[in-house]
Design a protein around this ligand. Structure first.
Ligand code: GLU
Length: 544
């Protein structure tokens, strides 16, 4: 029975890598009838925010990765915010200090930097020099009186530490190469390393899944577990996921794309852009010269303003791009893991039922966006009508589509007519014409030229004729429209496209839309005629 935990440091949105870790925590716990705990690691006072913790929880819920115990679901192992557990950590700090397994230190950042520099100059790995005589309480009082920072370091034992990793097998470390690391900071908060080890023990965690970047931390964690008489959980350090460009999938990828776009924008109003992003012009300059990266919301707002599409890296980005949580869960489950039988399209339940920890892969996995799109297309087909509608409505809300708030029956028709759509955004794009006013239709220049104006405006002539025929129809429905369009094509001895495309451009502004018969039926006679008139006027039919 596995008791797992997902332990995000709430510094921003839930990243795709974090979501993968949380998913495997869930799979392991569910498969073995265990428990999955959510713990918020908010011990870095300068970087954490409550809103970020809430956002992470919303993202997990959206993905369907529901924890059994944690914030909002209190249980015996709480509190689940580390910032509320300081007295617990202090007790164990005392225990280590009393046993001579930890010691106080008072170094300034400058001094530490100097020591690091010196080690680098001598081409040596920096290892903190443990004092021969460990400071006692009198030394602490003295340091405090001199206004010095007081911290506590763990005595890393000089011995081999073996990490038995479920993914990488046995990995050996030499304790001698690892510095006595800080476990209590000068602000009275424990470091991640210390709080994590204490909580894993007290919360009864049996299995720790986390990204490979934490493997270097694990020998220190195991040494602390030994020093405190704790059990060592099973570790699984999951392989790294690289983006198609080669680098790690990071929020910097998004900022980089935005930066290039800003640099390319002609006649940029810097003040306006900065104010849209909620940052100062100095901060914007700092961003452009590479000194700093603004927060996620600032990057998003500026990108939206400049109409720049950014690569998705956070769960919320995928939501806004119209992906289904089911598809994302399926996709991230196959990053660094392969399902039995090499089956690819799987539901969460199937992932749970077939979960096998011997199937983790060591090698880096590629974040293949084409594959994700293919997965999404499949999951769109698999989802029931009601669930798809409810997902679609959530999506419309979040992207502030003009279709948000539309009638359920109409949205259901739109979804049905969009069969084969790859994302919810595809459905929205192809059907927006139904939800905007006639005067607001944006005409695609190329389509207008090709479909309406070419060959002495033959498309406009067709439209004028179509309007007459439409008005003569006894009743407007898909069948009568189809019959009329096909009849007209036959009469003119042309393909159906020659008749249908001008109509499409008139009602949508482009040639990409839902099937034409249904489109007209959904739009209704009055609005269709209005749009035909509008198009004829706009492109000068009456003047020809
Ligand atoms: N708070 C750490 C992080 O977000 C957790 C790492 C771990 O799972 O131990 O990276």
């Amino acid at each position: 029975m596995a008791v797992t935990r997902f332990a995000p440091s709430p510094t921003g949105y839930l990243h795709i890598g974090g979501a993968r870790t949380a998913l495997f925590d869930l799979l392991w716990a569910r498969k073995t009838g265990g428990r999955f705990i959510l713990r918020i690691e908010d011990t870095d006072q300068s970087r954490n925010s409550l809103t970020a913790a809430k956002q992470v929880m919303d993202d997990l819920k959206w993905l369907g990765i529901q924890w059994d115990e944690g914030p909002e679901i209190e249980g015996p192992a709480g509190p689940y915010y580390q910032s509320q557990r300081l007295d617990i950590y202090n007790r164990y700090i005392e225990q280590l200090l009393n046993a001579g397994k930890a010691y106080y230190c008072f170094d300034t950042t400058d001094k530490l930097n100097q020591m690091r520099k010196k080690a680098a100059e001598n081409k040596q790995n920096f290892v903190y020099p443990r004092p021969v005589k460990l400071p006692d309480s009198a030394d602490v009082e003295k340091a405090k009186a001199q206004d010095k920072d007081v911290m506590v370091r763990f005595c890393m034992p000089d011995e081999e530490v073996v990490v038995n990793d479920e993914v990488r097998g046995q990995v050996k470390f030499n304790g001698r190469d690892i510095s006595d690391f800080i476990i209590l900071k000068s602000d009275g908060f424990p470091t991640y390393h210390f709080a994590c080890v204490i909580d894993d023990e007290l919360m009864g965690i049996t299995h720790v899944v986390r990204g490979q970047e934490h493997l270097m931390n694990t020998p220190g964690h195991i040494a602390m577990q030994k020093a405190l008489g704790f059990k060592t959980p099973v570790y699984a350090h999951m392989s790294i996921t690289v983006s198609e460009g080669g680098g790690k999938m990071s929020k910097r990828d998004r900022a980089k794309v935005l930066k290039n776009a800003i640099k390319k924008t002609e006649g940029l109003d810097k003040e306006k852009l900065a104010s849209i992003g909620g940052i100062s012009t100095t901060q914007l300059d700092g961003f452009l010269t590479g000194d700093s990266t603004p927060d996620n919301p600032a990057v998003d707002a500026m990108a939206e303003f400049l109409n720049v599409e950014l690569p998705e890296v956070n769960i919320v980005d995928f939501f806004k791009s119209g992906y289904l949580p089911q598809a994302l869960v399926n996709f991230i489950a196959l990053l660094g893991y392969s399902a039995p039988g090499d089956k690819e399209i799987l539901t969460l339940q199937e992932l749970i039922d077939t979960f096998d920890p011997s199937r983790f892969n060591k090698t880096n996995s590629l974040f293949d966006r084409k594959k994700l799109l293919a997965f999404n297309t499949e999951h769109m087909k698999m989802l029931g009508e009601e669930e798809l509608l409810s997902r679609y409505k959530d999506f419309l809300e979040v992207v502030k589509s003009p279709a948000a708030g539309a009638d359920d029956a109409l949205l259901k028709r739109v979804i049905k007519a969009s069969q084969g759509a790859r994302t919810l955004a595809d459905i929205d794009h192809k059907s927006r014409f139904l939800f905007i006013e006639t005067g607001k239709i944006e005409y695609n220049k190329k389509d207008v030229e090709k479909v309406l104006l070419k060959n002495s405006a033959e498309g406009l002539a067709m439209l004028a004729e179509l309007k007459e025929q439409l008005l003569k129809l006894p009743a407007l429905n898909e069948e009568t429209i189809e019959k009329m369009l096909r009849g007209l094509a036959e009469q003119k001895q042309v393909g159906l496209g020659k008749v249908a495309q001008p109509l499409r451009v008139a009602i949508c502004g482009t040639t990409v839309s839902l099937p034409i018969f249904e489109s007209i039926d959904m739009l209704g006679l009055e609005e269709t005629v209005k749009r035909i008139d509008n198009t004829l006027n706009k492109f000068g039919w009456n003047l020809l």
